[in-house]
Design a protein around this ligand. Sequence first.
Ligand SMILES: [Fe+2]
Length: 411
Amino acid sequence: MRWATIAFGLTFFPDVVCAQSFSWTQYAPTGLEARAVTTETTCPAAEIDGASVVMQVRAKPNEAFPVLACAMSVPPAAKTVKVGGVLLAAAPSMPKRIAVFGDTGCRLKGHYVQACNDPQQWPFRQIAEMIAGKKPDLIIHVGDYHYRETACPGSDAGCANSPFGDNWDAWRTDFFAPATGLLPVAPWVMVRGNHEECERGGQGWSRTLEAQPFDEAKGCNGSSPPFIARFSQLALAVIDNSAASEPVGDDKLAEVFRAQYASLAQQQTSTPIWLLQHRPIWSTGGVVAGLPFGDNKTLALAARGTLPAQVQLMLSGHHHIFQVLGYAEDLPTQVVVGHGGDYLNKGRAANPAGWPINGVTVKSGVHQTGQFGFAMIESDGADWVITNYDRTGAPLHRCGLKGRDVNCTSE
Ligand SMILES: [Fe+2]
């Protein structure tokens, strides 16, 4: 049988039934790892700096996931990483062009039915290709990959034949296939969303993308401990807050997250810290009767007075909008990048300056609705520029970030 390999991580047989492999690099608690998911019965051949390395089996196939998940550590000094003949991204010492996006899957849940077969209605593949074209050196997915939970209604051509449920078909269709072109471009940081909780898409998450080791006996890990991806002038703290509920402050859960936030002060790093967590804290999904709603009461209980001064920025999704919020209080800037493909939040764009959100006040920022897209955060010497792009790669907003202060303009 002859193999054919196309660029960007997908290797396939040109026969009727395709064998498929997806491969990428991502940060884990122990540093960078190369990962692969394959329909083959063995892990793909791998090389680091030209020397053969054997990938370890991360998760064996089962009925719902008839694929092998593989992993191997990549030393920080590695220059080249190859998996299945595909060149993957090694670790940058300091990323300068960081892509951020999230909430990317296609919504099939009960009466929420997105036209997954129509790229105009579900544009994640286009967005992934646009991001690849921006040549990032780090890629952050802020969570919510898996959205196909229930069957497409029989009469609906927009989503006809879509797979659904926590299984490989749905995961491949919602994330891996549309992300194929982006997977090998740069190392990823994968953040867990509430769609990856164990009762939703958690099996696929724990098998393939979760930073922590897979536990076959459990099949899905519960909430994961935080970890940090370290660079020469930046630390990315990844928090799994998928279980933290918005409307009512949960004291017990708040205690868990308070300890996680407080532990950031003990990190042996003098660099700024960016907090990567799917659910934002003092952020709103929209405005009803002039009042912002949708902020997270549980996380606010945990974070108030706890977030160390080193935390400069919080990157989240969950609300299907693009939003930047600088606060009147001494708090990190919040950026919400949840417009990567799933149904967008309804409501109008607004100037968030002056919004009161659960005891804090927005000083300035952006609240954009109704546009799919992604963000790039690029180094500007000592500071950063955050750009919001639409699905075609056209810039819509630019925000300068200096310390915790943010200053945005529209294009
Ligand atoms: Fe979410």
